[in-house]
Design a protein around this ligand. Structure first.
Ligand code: UDP
Length: 330
């Protein structure tokens, strides 16, 4: 299938591009390179540096490349910033996505795979999280993703759009060959920060809170390998053949892992100490978030290949060793 990967130069999008090629599909990348890196995309993959809100340019690409399905990863994703600058998040994550969808409908491209988030659930009452639990985001980032999920439902009904929305837990790790990996600026995620603290590239890691009601007092999260996420996105393609079909899936391993356990895994994999200090809780962090992904497993035949934290960290370490400064600037 000819697939337009919007945000294909970013962390999850670039891994998905590789998995699409491995599965025999033909990816085309659209990315404005604000957060993405040209170097994350294989040279021979058609690449367009265009804003997704530019309907006339995006329309030309859809036609020229004979696109049959759009995968959409391009979004701002800093929760704290979404609280202080929500306009930025609503314009990029909601308004620009609506432009993309209107353009698709106009061009007759009616298959869509959307990158959503477990942040749409807010602070859940029960764990593990299943797809039918109430969605009540506690920050504008989660709200913008939920807004698009809801718009997609209406578009499926009105225009025959068929779509899947994947609610990710903590995307982690890197391509197994170490060629691409996580490269955020600024970096806020635990695993790359812990690795950088271990190598001395950054100061000691701050552990945000050790007084949570969890076994070791630190937050529990569900770290899922970025290639496993990507494979789920491709496994859903067959289900999108019927006009108006709609699917929602949680993607996580279902294994809760604490911040301390991540630090231990980084120390074991790297053979280095992770200097760390205890800091106050970070605002908006729920004590525990982990997925029940039974639905993705049973309906898509999705089997995560990485089910524990150490092999995930090992792929991140391989990437960090071969690219200590991340990707070259665009
Ligand atoms: N965390 C931490 N120190 C850091 C960054 C993250 O203790 O410097 C914790 C954070 O509080 C959360 C977990 O690590 O419990 C994962 O955070 P991350 O930002 O990687 O992902 P999130 O769960 O926020 O999507």
């Amino acid at each position: 299938m000819n697939v337009l990967v919007v945000g294909g130069a970013g962390y999850i999008g670039s891994h998905c591009v590789r998995q699409l090629i491995a599965a025999g599909h033909t990816p085309v990348v659209l990315d404005n390179l604000i957060f993405g890196y040209r170097a994350a995309i294989p040279e021979d993959v058609p690449f367009y540096s265009v804003n997704l809100g530019n309907e006339s340019e995006v329309g030309k690409i859809l036609k020229k490349e004979k696109i049959e399905l759009v995968m959409h990863f391009a979004a701002y994703a800093y929760v704290g910033e979404s609280v202080t600058d929500p306009l930025k998040y609503y314009f990029n994550n909601v308004a620009a996505t609506l432009h993309l969808l209107r353009c698709m409908m106009g061009c007759g491209v009616k298959k869509f795979v959307f990158s959503s988030t477990c942040a749409t659930y807010g602070v859940p009452e029960k764990m593990p999280l299943v797809e039918t639990m109430p969605q009540a985001p506690i920050n504008p980032y989660g709200q913008t993703k939920l807004d698009i999920e809801n718009a997609l439902k209406s578009f499926a009904h009105a225009y025959g759009l068929s779509f899947a929305a994947f609610r990710y837990f903590n995307a982690a790790g890197a391509a197994e060959d170490g060629t691409i990996g996580e490269c955020h600026n600024p970096e806020t995620h635990l695993i790359p920060l812990a690795i950088d603290a271990a190598t001395g590239k950054r100061p000691a890691l701050q552990v945000f809170g050790n007084d949570y009601p969890t076994p070791d007092g630190t937050c529990l999260r569900d770290y899922v390998h970025v290639d496993d996420l990507s494979r789920a996105h491709i496994a859903v393609f067959d289900k999108l053949a019927a006009p108006g079909a709609q699917f929602f899936y949680n993607l996580g391993t279902g294994t809760p892992t604490s911040v301390i356990e991540v630090i231990n895994a980084v120390e074991k994999v790297t053979g280095l100490k992770v200097p760390h200090t205890y800091a106050p809780r970070r605002a908006g962090d729920p004590p525990a978030l982990y997925a029940d992904s039974t639905k993705a497993k049973s309906e898509l035949g999705w089997v995560p290949q990485f089910t524990t934290i150490e092999p995930i960290v090992a792929t991140a370490w391989k990437w960090h060793q071969s690219h200590p400064e991340g990707f070259p600037k665009n």
